[in-house]
Design a protein around this ligand. Structure first.
Ligand SMILES: [Zn+2]
Ligand SMILES: [Zn+2]
Length: 143
């Protein structure tokens, strides 16, 4: 999970296609940014990075592409940062996230795979989100 795979445009195109979406240039660009950056970007982060490359790209297109990718199960939204949704590649081993209260960076964290079994008897778990908050190694002791 920590060694980071880089997805080529043709791999991303194939994934978008097999999820039943039309692989438009914008969708591939948005998906590539989410899949290949380890930064868990927000929609604004994605827009500002892509606007530098595609000057005609609108914020609405970025939002629409993200919604389509989330609906198709390729990208998932993280609610870790109140009111500011971040995005991560969906098809990857289950993991949790840590947000640093000081620098705002979001890190992947491993969690025990059987954590869903902690649910009360009678409940059927199909999704678990665990968020950690605190200071990252770079910021510990810096406050
Ligand atoms: Zn930090
Ligand atoms: Zn992640």
């Amino acid at each position: 999970m920590t060694d980071h795979k880089r997805y080529s445009d043709s791999e991303l195109t194939k994934m978008i296609h097999s999820a039943g979406l039309r692989p438009s240039v914008q969708r591939i660009a948005v998906f590539s940014l989410v899949a290949n950056s380890k930064k868990h970007p927000s929609a604004d982060d994605i827009f500002s990075e892509l606007a530098a490359i595609y000057p005609s790209l609108s914020r609405t297109t970025v939002y629409n592409s993200l919604h389509a990718l989330v609906d198709a199960g390729l990208v998932r939204g993280l609610e870790i940062d109140c009111g500011n949704r971040h995005y991560d590649l969906a098809p990857q081993p289950h993991h949790s996230h840590f947000i640093c209260r000081q620098c705002g960076r979001i890190f992947d964290m491993a969690i025990p795979s059987g954590i869903g079994a902690a649910a009360s008897p009678g409940f059927c778990v199909d999704s678990v989100d665990v968020y950690f908050k605190g200071s990252c190694p770079d910021c510990v002791g810096r406050s």
